[in-house]
Design a protein around this ligand. Structure first.
Ligand code: SAM
Length: 460
């Protein structure tokens, strides 16, 4: 059993009785970078006085900075099909919502990809509803081919992550053979009773099958898996502890835990406009605490925050642990083309950060971050346990930082406005100067010259 409800509840109940000195002891342990036990994590989750919370945020920021430096990876979601046989209470695409469903033809997928490529994207997360008739695995595989084979003058999509419903080892093997990056699947909630209530009368309602999806993905050869909880469905403390336990299960069994953890927060959606009837919604302070505690507990796992959150919140959360953000997202099938033609879409949920990609890039730079489109790791075979080994040794920094700088330079040269070009070139020069290792600095300068002369897709 991966998730033992009684065990988790016992720990959470016991942690409620933690004294001030218990909390101090756990904070000291975390600050000394010692491995935290389940009880330690539960105690951190119970901290709510301002002084100790600010220590949690400070530590999370420090860890983020040491491991990820100032890089922030950028991606976009691409909705391919909204046919869905499931009835997830919270989701705009649930089958009881009646609207004209769509799935993109290969030509339509190519059109969407062209638009995204022309906005500078190199990494996509493909999103599909679950429907074996309208959206079988063969269609999903063809969609991946369509994305990878669509190329524009200035570039192509270099990493395709996939978010499809839990499936079989055989299907995961097929996805792996297509060269996907991360297989993403959100558990939604680890609390079985809530899970069953949120997924009534549908395939997705099988808690056990959903929970063991990453085991099957790993058995099918996918070693980068991306987890997530839909925060707001159940008690956040239960969810964070469960995420950590699930991660440990994968580490122990397959040698690698989650490659990424996404932290979506419940948003209004078609048929669920008011979020009434969801008693576990998190306020911003609680949500920030969740992000920081996950960062402290699993320092090497990428953390993803989408445009479900506002620009202001995302800006702050990057300081506590978020390492990847989506930008310029549209959460509907065919929505990028429709957006260009000013048509309205059936969206899966509401988006709160509507800034264009260029504005996100500019603001990140002004805040001292390096927006990164890097896709080198999985193309160099740095996946699964090999990725974590490099990350733990600290060596990963030596490739990630120059790679991030190179992809930012490509973006600026190929998609930047005059304004962005002027600010960006200066910023890149400053970022190169700040590199400590002279050998890496020299190697990077050579690659930068090549990019300025027109070479593309260079990486270490
Ligand atoms: N249909 C696929 C599945 O069921 O796994 C994945 C596609 S869906 C884009 C990805 C995620 O969106 C879901 O796993 C869910 O967590 C999230 N989502 C659905 N409704 C939402 C809402 N109202 N607010 C925020 N996130 C939502």
């Amino acid at each position: 059993m991966i998730i033992n409800d009684k065990y988790i509840k016992n720990i959470l109940t016991e942690a409620e009785n933690a004294t001030d000195s218990d909390k101090e002891a756990v904070l000291a342990k975390a600050e000394n970078r010692e491995k935290l036990s389940h009880m330690d994590i539960a105690i951190l989750l119970n901290i709510d006085d301002e002084e100790k919370l600010s220590r949690i945020f400070k530590l999370a920021g420090k860890i983020k900075n040491e491991i990820y430096g100032n890089r922030v990876v950028i991606f976009a979601p691409l909705y391919i099909s909204d046919y869905c046989v499931n009835n997830c209470v919270y989701c705009g695409y649930k089958c009881s919502n009646k609207f004209k469903r769509r799935k993109l033809s290969i030509e339509e997928i190519q059109k969407e990809v062209e638009i995204l490529e022309n906005r500078g994207h190199k990494r996509l997360a493909l999103e599909f509803g679950e429907d074996y008739e309208n959206c079988p695995i063969e269609y999903i595989l063809d969609a991946i081919d369509a994305v990878y084979s669509t190329k524009q003058k200035n570039g192509e999509i270099r990493r395709v992550n996939i978010n499809i419903a839990a499936t079989s080892v055989e299907n995961y093997r097929k996805l792996k053979e297509k060269g996907i990056g991360t297989y993403i699947l959100f558990q939604e909630t680890y609390h079985r009773e809530t899970y069953e209530k949120m997924h009534p009368n549908c395939i997705k309602g099988d808690y056990e099958y959903h929970l063991t999806a990453f085991d099957r993905a790993m058995q099918g050869g996918i070693d980068d898996v991306g987890a997530g909880v839909l925060f707001g469905l159940y008690d956040y403390k239960y969810e964070v502890l469960s995420l950590m336990i699930h991660n440990e299960h994968l580490e122990k069994t397959y040698g690698a835990g989650f490659h990424t953890i996404s932290v979506p927060r419940l948003k209004p959606a078609m048929g669920n406009n008011s979020l009434k009837g969801f008693p576990y919604l998190l306020n911003d302070e609680e949500f920030k605490k969740v992000i920081a505690i996950i960062r402290i507990s699993v320092p090497y796992t990428g953390m993803i925050l989408s445009t479900r959150e506002t620009a202001e919140f995302r800006k702050e959360a990057i300081n506590y642990g978020i390492s990847q953000i989506s930008a310029g997202s549209a959460t509907g099938v065919g929505a990028y083309k429709d957006e260009e033609e000013n048509l309205k879409e059936n969206l899966q949920f509401e988006v709160s950060d509507n800034r264009k990609v260029g504005d996100v890039i500019l603001e990140l730079m002004r805040d001292g971050f390096i927006p990164s489109y890097c896709t080198a790791c999985y193309r160099m075979g740095r996946t699964g346990d090999r990725f974590f080994e490099l990350a733990r040794s600290g060596e990963i920094k030596n490739v990630c930082q120059p790679n991030a700088i190179m992809t930012l330079l490509e973006y600026i040269c190929d998609y930047g406005t005059d304004n962005l070009k002027a600010e960006g070139m200066e910023y890149i020069q400053k970022s190169i100067d700040q590199l400590e290792d002279e050998k890496i600095k020299e190697a990077l300068k050579k690659q930068v010259d090549k990019i300025l002369q027109g070479d593309r897709d260079l990486y270490f």
